[in-house]
Design a protein around this ligand. Structure first.
Ligand code: 26Q
Length: 819
């Protein structure tokens, strides 16, 4: 381990000095959040040289760089991660001890910036950690939302959304870079201009504009001098200071621009389920894409001159889903209108520079923008998209002959809509899915037509998570045990080392140590629950955890129905033998997703019933933990015995929570969906509880039209009982609160098919699998072996492995060593 540059003495002096100069406070008088800020600034200052050197070296080598474009970066707290990656854990703790500061208090005072919805945003954050750790030159590019995903409160069992003002106590990690601010234009009219060589290019008149001002955040790699940059763009009015000097017409426009700027970077859209064509969302997309591309091309020109045919040798844009797809058109615009490059050449450059990742199979989530909005907000960009579409459709005619149906299906612009996924596929050299099964479904079903014409573009990149945050940092007990047992800390940057634990899985002494760590983590979590929510849970019960966004396809309902079933069973037969279980749910629902919110209410009602029934006597406990977020996940994951990954097969592109739990020694109960499939391959079917229909079976049942939930209701006594419990007054006195769910299961509700996600179809198989879980847990040696095997076989699911694959196969990117 290289010696950290920051000593105990530096830290103590730095903290005291920052408190004095920034807040005019001392340790004794400062608030917790001021102390946090002072420690953060001290650590931030200490990495300045590495950050500067990284950039100097990139500049000098002209190194190829990947730009990861994403509307979301769900980074989690910075400080603890920085301390870990700089190997300063002990030093900082001792320094703060000597100042009389509790490091935990300081860490818990850091806001947890929620600049993302869920998996896609958190994946971007894990990727940045891996990029720096592995030494790949990279930028994360996104938006500096002033309000992240809402803070979820539970009132009367229901979700209530409150704004997340994460910047209110300052932003010690963000460095404002005024020198890179750029103008972004919206609306207006396109005008053609003839240049000296007689060619036309295009410009805008009468547009509205805002300034994009970047804030740079350091991305500190583990045990390396490389510091990459997360660049988040903030919007500001162009003319913020001289409003009064305008005449009437200009005044109105200036005020409009002020408002536009305020709204642009104000809030993250808190929906990850379906797309509503909101103008502001399209503006946000263009805003950060245009700022990024303008800056990257300027920098390319400074470094390499204006031979843009070499752009893709130095620059790769990775599009995190379709949200930054405007990159394709914006890159074309800059090449055409700013650098006067002819269309064909510009198109070749663009395709070689962009690559697209698909994260979803749900068709409701595919982005399509009404032409009316698109062409009004981005007239020049729309012109370019139309021309891309015209040429693409002409190619289709060449390939397929005149087949209007096929062409309409595949076109970029059709039915008055711009289909972003089609633009992304046509404008990229790579299209990847996020797990093997997901990529297969894209090739065979969802994007079949495109796979037929571009087979070489399609590839699978199974997701991963960073072992720094999701093991080293969140689970110090297990980390020490692993380091002791594998002989060193190599596993932190080479997770395949965990396979060294395999031979220990049946060793009873190791089993005792491993399960001892798990038990300590469960006790710690129980203590947190007691102090935070005043509830007691039994650390000897099975901790069975389902945490993720609330979505019908993720089937939180399946787990809830099973809890109701257990409850019914216990009421009828109190002597039944099973190991006590504590079920934990945590999930945010999109504010407009009525059904998801009703499911939250149901979970809370079931909790109320089960937890307070003396006949249950604590053998079943149900908790709904409010405000799921990265920092809460870090507390839950290390304490889990059972990880619930029970989506309808074929619907979850990958999942990444499943990996976090596996690494930390939880055993998965899950369907053959997303990355669960590959987890089973790694861990073996003895060490995972797989149940339910396969994706093929789901697909076949769905197209057959033969699914009949009423038959299941009539034939399965348990199902009948569960559904009846929803409407017989057990859960709510007026009997009608959950009738919607009852109807949705049996009759279909609001135009949807009955039980769209096959909860009832998979119920019996799930119940059986849960009985197997219970049996296995009652055999401590067997369970310990399973848990250990999960950790030991989880090496594949490091985002380091994923990023190496992106770098080798998509970006052709080389790691560099910062001196
Ligand atoms: C789009 C348009 C307008 C408003 C919102 C959106 C939007 C925002 C976020 C659409 C989708 C998302 C997020 C999707 C997401 O998180 N997908 C998850 O990505 C993970 C990482 O690849 C996978 O592991 C999950 O399976 C997938 O659901």
């Amino acid at each position: 381990m290289p010696k950290a540059t920051l000593t105990k003495k530096h830290i103590k002096e730095g903290v005291i000095e920052h408190l004095r100069t920034t807040y005019r406070k001392t340790i004794a008088t400062a608030s917790n959040s001021q102390i946090y800020n002072a420690v953060a600034m001290t650590i931030r200052d200490s990495i300045s040289d590495n950050w500067i050197n990284t950039h100097a070296q990139l500049e000098q080598d002209g190194a190829k760089t990947v730009y990861y474009l994403s509307m979301e970066f769900l980074m989690g707290r910075f400080m603890g991660n920085a301390i870990l990656n700089l190997s300063l854990t002990e030093t900082v703790k001792e320094a703060l001890d000597e100042l009389g500061v509790d490091i935990n208090l300081a860490e818990e005072s850091e806001p947890d910036p929620g600049l993302g919805n869920g998996g896609l945003g958190r994946l971007a954050a894990c990727f940045l950690d891996s990029l720096s750790t592995l030494g790949y030159p990279a930028y994360g590019c996104g938006i500096r939302y002033h309000f992240g995903i809402f803070e979820q409160h539970i009132e009367n069992g229901r979700q209530v959304e409150k704004p997340d003002d994460w910047l209110k106590h300052g932003d010690p990690w963000g460095i404002r870079r005024d020198e890179y601010a750029r103008e972004i234009k919206f609306g207006g009219r396109v005008v053609a201009i003839k240049n000296d060589s007689g060619d036309y290019h295009f410009d805008l008149e009468d547009y509205q504009s805002v300034m994009a001002v970047p804030y740079d955040y350091p991305v500190i790699g583990y045990n390396t001098k490389m510091v990459n940059t997360l660049r988040l763009w903030d919007a500001e009015p162009l003319n913020r200071f001289d409003l009064q000097s305008f005449n009437q017409g200009q005044y109105e426009r200036a005020v409009g621009e002020q408002n536009l700027a305020k709204s642009l970077s104000s809030v993250l859209y808190p929906a990850d389920d379906h797309v509503s064509g909101k103008e502001l969302r399209l503006r946000q997309q263009y805003f950060f894409v245009s700022a990024t591309i303008q800056r990257v091309l300027e920098q390319f020109e400074q470094r390499h001159g204006n031979d843009f045919s070499k752009l893709s040798d130095y620059v790769q844009f990775q599009l995190n889903d379709t949200h930054p797809t405007l990159s394709v058109a914006e890159l074309m615009r800059v090449l055409l209108d700013v650098y006067y490059i002819p269309w064909d050449e510009a198109w070749e450059i663009t395709r070689k520079t962009c690559a697209y990742t698909n994260h979803t199979i749900l068709s409701e989530a595919l982005e399509k923008w009404p032409v009316e909005i698109f062409s009004r907000l981005l007239p020049r960009i729309y012109m370019i998209v139309e021309e891309v579409n015209r040429r693409f459709c002409a190619n289709l005619v060449e390939w397929y002959g005149n087949d209007p149906e096929k062409i309409r299906k595949m076109a970029i612009c059709a039915d008055g809509l711009v289909r972003m996924a089609h633009l992304a596929i046509v404008g990229s050299h790579s299209v990847n899915g996020v797990a093997e099964i997901h990529t297969d479904i894209l090739k065979k079903i969802e994007l079949k037509d495109f796979y037929e014409i571009y087979p070489e573009k399609f590839n699978a990149k199974t997701n991963g998570v960073t072992p720094r945050r999701w093991l080293a940092k969140c689970n110090p007990g297990l980390s020490s045990l692993i380091t002791k047992s594998t002989g060193n800390e190599k596993w932190i940057s080479d997770l395949s080392q965990l396979s060294k634990l395999k031979p220990l899985a049946s060793d009873s002494a190791f089993q005792a140590e491993f399960m001892g760590v798990k038990h300590n983590n469960k006790v710690a979590l129980s203590n947190y629950f007691r102090s935070e929510y005043g509830i007691g849970v039994d650390p000897d019960s099975i901790f069975d955890i389902q945490v993720k966004r609330l979505h019908e396809y993720k089937r939180q309902l399946l787990c809830v129905f099973h809890i109701i079933d257990m409850y019914n069973m216990l009421k009828m037969n109190p002597g039944v033998d099973f190991w006590p279980r504590t079920y934990m749910f945590s999930a945010k629902a999109a504010a407009s997703y009525h059904r998801a919110k009703l499911i939250i209410k149901l979970i809370n009602s079931v909790a109320e019933l089960v937890n307070n029934d003396p006949a249950i006597d604590g053998r079943l406990k149900v908790l709904f933990l409010p405000n799921y977020r990265v920092s809460l996940a870090e507390k839950l994951v290390p304490a889990a015995d059972v990880s619930e990954q029970i989506s309808t097969a074929g619907k979850e592109a990958s999942g990444t929570g499943n990996m976090k739990f596996m690494i930390n020694g939880a055993v998965t109960i899950g369907t053959l969906d997303g990355a669960n499939v590959e987890m089973q391959e790694e861990v073996g079917s003895d060490n995972i509880f797989i149940f339910g229909m396969t994706a093929e079976q789901v697909h076949a049942l769905s197209v057959s039209g033969n699914y009949a939930p009423w038959d299941l209701y009539n034939m399965d006594f348990n199902i009948r009982n569960v559904l009846t419990t929803l409407i017989n007054g057990t859960l709510d006195p007026d009997h009608n609160l959950f009738r919607e769910i009852y109807d949705a299961m049996l009759n279909g509700y609001g135009g949807a098919r009955a039980d769209e996600y096959y909860v009832l179809q998979d119920f019996a198989a799930y119940k059986k699998a849960q009985e197997q879980v219970d049996l296995a847990y009652k055999d401590p040696a067997r369970w310990a072996k399973m848990a250990i095997m999960n950790t030991a076989c989880s090496g594949k699911f490091s985002s380091d492995r994923t990023i190496k694959e992106y770098a080798d196969e998509i970006w052709k990117l080389k790691a560099i060593k910062v001196k």
